[in-house]
Design a protein around this ligand. Structure first.
Ligand SMILES: Cc1cc2nc3c(=O)[nH]c(=O)nc-3n(C[C@H](O)[C@H](O)[C@H](O)COP(=O)(O)OP(=O)(O)OC[C@H]3O[C@@H](n4cnc5c(N)ncnc54)[C@H](O)[C@@H]3O)c2cc1C
Length: 411
């Protein structure tokens, strides 16, 4: 059987894999991507991803470079501020509330929020006509043999490929990572996250709101209006059994619980989508590379859904790989390129995973002294202006503000 030759093979057409395909394609490389599950056509479709992603400034720059941002922008809601609220007890009572404004560190919003199911659909359509990029939807990665100069890939449809670089973007159980012999370490918290959309009485004003209570964060991230009503995407973290009970609860009972949990900051909340449930874990691949293979996105790292870090960290992996390929096109997949990637990304991933792990443990605690520390920490981070700006810039990721027009920080 003849082999298809390509510069880059990508296993997985989730958002990270699709962005990688477009970015490498735009940079002039040939790309083959295999994805067994085509994108959902609507939010209600079976298995659609009801999470949303707040694309931070560096992620937007990559999307622009890949020629994708123009397709996504009409659906994106800017995030001008982040309000963090610390609560205690049930029903939750607000103890501390602080707002972090993007204008404090520059002229741009912190990020732009988009529903995942829609992003995946729009990206797939945008990439379908791109020169040099082939999306094989309904087809999976099935096998890897790594040679010094190439990776030999088998697909579930029987096709065989030869690639200079095989890139794993095939999610937390990554078959390509496994085939490359790379395991992963996983930390479980006994928590689960519910993801869904709501409409609400009060406008969100492009402010994202994180409300802490024992069990974890309750996050409302602005979406475009639904049926003339203001709308937000919600991520609600809880201990596993409580999350499972909420998933099964009748809509009216669920709405009453979530309005109480939100401390009524946006008034009554009405479910506007099905509910999906996700385990909350920290997971890290034991290595980011193997011969002719790079591991990226959730195949490399899974983080608890706090602070919009997960997919943004993944897109930083992709940006790094694309920059290396552009800088030395003849070196794609070489040991030099792969070791540079591993060195550059391991530190950032490790630091983000450590901070979010600690933050999650602090924020879900129901011990009074820890709760007091949480409230005091929020006040300190917000009320000390240099600390506040440093934390906001760090949250945006590597080069968070670089390349974008900045205003002078306020005194
Ligand atoms: C509740 C929740 C909220 C979140 N909110 C945010 C947020 O606001 N901001 C943020 O940055 N991140 C957020 N995240 C994280 C973010 O959603 C994920 O990091 C991201 O969706 C994962 O994308 P991915 O492309 O890496 O993986 P996936 O979306 O899992 O894609 C992997 C793909 O690989 C495919 N695949 C499986 N097997 C094979 C095979 N054999 N061959 C080829 N392909 C295969 C799968 O079908 C899948 O499409 C959140 C996470 C959770 C749980």
């Amino acid at each position: 059987m003849s082999r298809v030759e390509t510069d880059i093979f990508i296993s997985g057409g989730g958002i990270a894999g699709l962005v990688a395909a477009a970015a490498f394609g735009r940079a002039g490389f040939s790309v083959e991507l295999a994805e067994p599950a085509p994108p959902a056509a609507t939010a209600e479709a079976e298995g659609s991803d009801l999470r949303s992603t707040a694309y931070l400034q560096p992620a937007r720059r990559l999307l622009e470079k890949a020629g994708l941002w123009a397709h996504l922008a009409p659906h994106a809601t800017p995030l001008d501020a982040l309000r963090v609220i610390d609560t205690a007890g049930w029903p939750p009572e607000i103890r501390t509330s602080r707002e972090f404004a993007a204008r404090d560190i520059g002229d741009e919003p912190f990020g732009w929020n988009l529903p995942n199911w829609l992003t995946r659909k729009v990206l797939t359509e945008a990439i379908a006509g791109m020169d040099g990029v082939r999306l094989r939807m309904g087809v999976g990665f099935a096998g890897l043999v790594a040679r010094e100069a190439e990776a030999r890939i088998a697909l579930t449809c029987g096709t065989r490929l030869t690639a200079r670089l095989a890139l794993a973007c095939d999610g937390r159980t990554s078959p390509l990572r496994e085939a490359a012999g790379i395991g992963a370490t996983t930390t479980r918290y006994g928590q689960k996250a519910l993801a869904f959309a709501v409409t609400h009485e009060m406008p969100h004003g492009n402010v994202s709101t994180e409300i802490y209570n024992s069990g974890g964060a309750f996050t409302l991230v602005p979406l475009p209006d639904v049926g003339g009503q203001p709308a937000s995407a919600v991520v609600w973290m809880n201990d596993g059994p409580r999350a499972a009970g909420l998933l099964r609860a009748e809509p009216a009972a669920f709405e009453a619980e979530m309005a109480a949990r939100s401390a009524h900051v946006l008034g009554a909340l009405t479910l506007a989508s099905p509910r999906r449930i996700w385990p909350v874990i920290t997971q890290r691949a034991r290595a980011l590379t193997a011969p002719r293979v790079a591991i990226a996105a959730e195949a490399a790292h899974v983080l608890p859904p706090i602070g919009a870090q997960g997919l943004n960290t993944s897109l930083n992996d992709i940006a790094d790989l694309v920059e290396r390929a552009e800088a030395a096109p003849g070196e794609i997949g070489s040991p030099a390129m792969l070791s540079g990637y591993a060195r550059a990304r391991a530190g950032d991933v490790h630091a983000r995973a450590a901070v979010i792990d600690a933050f999650n443990r602090l924020c879900r605690s129901d011990h009074a002294p820890i709760q007091a520390l949480r409230s005091a920490g929020l006040k300190a981070v917000h009320d000390l202006a240099p600390l506040r700006r440093a934390v906001m810039a760090a949250g945006l990721g590597p080069g968070g503000r670089a390349g974008l027009p900045l205003r002078r920080p306020r005194a």
